[in-house]
Design a protein around this ligand. Sequence first.
Ligand SMILES: O=C1O[C@H](COP(=O)(O)O)[C@@H](O)[C@H](O)[C@H]1O
Length: 269
Amino acid sequence: MNTEPKVSIHPDAGLLAASVAARLLTRLVDIQNERGTATVVLTGGTLGIGALRAVAESPIRSAVDWSAVDFWWGDERFLPAGNQDRNADQARAALLDQLGVSDERVHEFGSSDAFNSQDDAAAGYAARLQEAARKEAALGLELSDPRLPRFDILLLGVGPDAHVASLFPEMSGIRTKGQTVVGVSGAPKPPPERVSLTLEAINSAEEVWLAVAGADKAGAVGLALAGAGPVQVPAAGARGRKKTLWLIDQEAASQLPGRLIDNGDTDAV
Ligand SMILES: O=C1O[C@H](COP(=O)(O)O)[C@@H](O)[C@H](O)[C@H]1O
């Protein structure tokens, strides 16, 4: 059963990034206390990478046992390894390289020099996810989707057009059924070739956190939280099984539907 969104509003983008980092660290500690390891699905984008920088700078970052965290990605730009526009390369520079995490736990999408096409890279990632799920099931972990490992926290940014991961309005991966990963071509935001979890895969996560800042995102946030359809407004369709948390700044909150502000589902930090 997927959850109704909760909204938490922050004064500005800098405080929002710090808050996402603090929440992430706290949740990872709690999850590791419960089950020993934790899995986080990372996002690219301004706030997604800003939050990782804030984790790197946090004095409480050593409270997490980073050797027992698995990192996956919600999407990737289909570019050669080492390209600074790749979400994984940005995440490594912002945080992962400082943690000394073993490569076995860092599950990047395949790059364009390793795969012939974004569709091949998507198939490769789906196989990797399936293999991780098989191992977790063998250890007795209950999975919400047998094709996917347990995603404890899945982070998403939101574009001004309401895209999440690389699921753009009216494009592949939103309605797709029976596939966990899709290759994307013709994306309106460069680069046009990308790889993305499908909405179905995103929604297998226990908790989905959407982190969004800026006035240019206010329309997308407003529509998503007003209950727009996911085909036109992909962010509207992202839901965690146990929690859906919108972490936004004042500017991004400027077109929130009044009913959300009045009904106690919104907190101002
Ligand atoms: O290209 C992408 O864009 C979105 C949003 O990025 P932002 O800079 O507008 O915040 C991001 O969530 C996604 O991972 C990325 O590939």
